[in-house]
Write a protein that binds this ligand. Structure first.
Ligand code: GRF
Length: 223
């Protein structure tokens, strides 16, 4: 019997959860060899929880204010991750700094998606900041998480043009649409265990073509 080993992934999110949902749908289309087995949410009423319930993904809601320190909070999160034998984490709109407990437990195993071409426009309002600055090109970055905010080695980036006719809302929508594809692509690379990080540089030890072949659904890499 063929045994396909899939990476057990947890997604961390705090809010709307469109990236979470896009990842679950990409997984179900066979876009990457990883199973999203858990949503970790730090905000009880977040819409992402409703999405997870609708998609039948188990949820852990764990609010930092119930803990004395970031370390205590993350240690409690870690208990759940260990219970579920989580091997890697995808942050998807997780509005919290990742601290030493999680970074030590998952070295180079935590990804984040950010709605700009890093290192430009770090922080929580990247699309708005880029729009206000008047850039002609912005984009999306998926990076490995390290101890600094929006900083770790870059796995993938994709540019998004800003049109003269764009409103902020229009640009936001375009950026989010790109995010939903690019994150699945990054997780496809990552979950095949062939991503190598050397001096901040991320190398994928196979061609884009072989990633394409590895996927069952063409839609995974399009756009
Ligand atoms: C996304 O733009 C993501 O890049 C950023 O937070 C936003 C989350 O959106 N880190 P959603 O909750 O996935 O809809």
């Amino acid at each position: 019997m063929k045994h396909e080993k899939k990476m057990r992934l947890a997604v961390f999110a705090s809010g709307n959860g469109s990236n979470f949902e896009a990842l679950v749908r990409a997984q179900r289309k066979g876009c990457f060899p990883a199973d999203i087995v858990l949503l970790v949410c730090d905000v009880a009423g977040a819409f992402v929880v409703r999405r997870a319930q609708a998609l039948r993904i188990p949820v852990v809601i764990i609010e930092p204010r119930s803990f004395g320190s970031r370390q205590d909070f993350e240690s409690a999160v870690l208990v759940h991750l260990r219970q579920e034998r989580i091997q890697a984490i995808a942050l998807a709109g997780y509005m919290r700094i990742v601290g030493s407990v999680l970074l030590k437990a998952y070295p180079n195993k935590i990804l984040n998606i950010h709605p700009s071409l890093l290192p430009a426009f770090k922080g929580a309002h990247a699309i708005k900041d880029a729009f206000a600055y008047g850039v002609k090109v912005t984009g999306v970055t998926v990076h490995v998480v390290d101890e600094q905010i929006d900083h770790g080695p870059i796995v993938l980036q994709k540019a998004v043009a800003v049109q003269d006719t764009d409103t902020l809302a229009v640009l936001e929508k375009r950026v989010h649409t790109v995010e939903h594809t690019v994150y699945a692509q990054a997780i496809a690379l990552f979950s095949q265990g062939k991503v190598v990080i050397r001096n901040r540089r991320v190398y994928a030890r196979f061609s884009r073509q072989s990633v394409k072949k590895g996927n069952r659904g063409k839609a995974c890499l399009s756009r």
